[in-house]
Design a protein around this ligand. Structure first.
Ligand SMILES: [Zn+2]
Length: 292
């Protein structure tokens, strides 16, 4: 998960069009019984969200383009399930059309997240369950996300509020993501971020780098041309570094590979090739830090 700097005070013009005023006013009167209109919250925001997130899922960082769906970070409807009752809550109807409550998710994260929204400590005592509890709210004004986040302490990390969402997560070289905080653990648990498709994608990234490096080392074994080896390895290292950019798919996993090269890449090479590329990587890494 990567931080996205969304300007909460500048929603897409289509979302604030006066033609939705009656709908938004009705929402505040009808509350949870309001029939939410996806044309208002989804069709007006999907392009802007896809642009802001570079077509990536806000939670798992898969690049999904047209598959992206607009999710309500705080679920619009109450949850009153018979199973997993710890996730039940009274819903956030008043945020159904709020720009700061809309995030793009891939279809799988969206299904897994569903309308779960637990708070720290698993208590509902801090939960805001009615728009009247929010100071100064009217149906057309942006609400104060900072206030709400600090009041409720949600267990699902918010990529638009937490400026370092990465601090909640780390990765293992078997492709698993690990929660470093309660929020990280629960986000992983709810969205199933160790599901097969994601593990497969992360392992593929790591394997592609390791295979390219193995191939460069094999070439060196045949030609013993050090300039050639250095050139091939540098091209691969540049690729890893470039894929750490926040706009790239799985950028945070790539950053872990870059920061822990020995653990993610060198340890996966055949034993007779280990250590050789690390020397070149360390020199590259040092140079790229100096040149930044
Ligand atoms: Zn996802």
């Amino acid at each position: 998960m990567i931080y996205r700097n969304k300007d909460f005070n500048s929603p897409p013009a289509a979302l604030t069009d006066a033609k939705w005023n009656t709908l938004k006013a009705n929402l505040i009167i009808e509350k949870s019984s309001h029939k939410v209109n996806s044309k208002c919250y989804r069709d007006t925001t999907l392009d802007a969200l896809a642009l802001l997130y570079k077509n990536k899922c806000a939670i798992c960082e898969r690049s999904r383009g047209t598959e992206l769906q607009v999710d309500h970070y705080r679920p619009k409807k109450p949850r009153n399930n018979q199973s997993q009752t710890q996730y039940n809550h009274s819903g956030y109807y008043w945020l159904a059309y709020s720009w700061s409550n809309l995030i793009p998710l891939c279809s799988i994260c969206n299904i897994k997240k569903s309308n779960k929204f637990p708070l720290k400590g698993w208590t509902n005592t801090n939960r805001i369950s009615d728009h009247n509890n929010i100071y100064g709210l009217n149906p057309f004004a942006p609400y104060d996300l900072n206030w709400l986040q600090q009041k409720e302490h949600p267990l699902i990390v918010n990529p638009e509020h937490d400026i370092l969402p990465e601090r909640h997560f780390s990765f293992k070289n078997d492709g698993r993501i690990i929660g470093r905080t309660d929020e990280g653990k629960e986000t992983i648990n709810i969205c199933k971020l160790n599901r097969k498709d994601l593990i497969r994608e992360r392992l593929k990234i790591r394997e592609n780098y390791a295979n390219a490096i193995k191939s460069a080392l094999d070439d060196y074994g045949k030609h013993t041309n050090e300039d050639e080896l250095k050139g091939e390895l540098t091209a691969i290292f540049k690729q890893i570094k470039s894929n750490c950019h926040v706009d790239k798919e799985h950028s945070y996993f790539n950053l872990f590979i870059f920061n822990y090269y020995d653990y993610f890449i060198d340890s996966k090479l055949p034993s007779n090739l280990r250590g050789v590329s690390t020397k070149y990587f360390n020199a590259f890494s040092k140079m790229s830090i100096t040149s930044n």
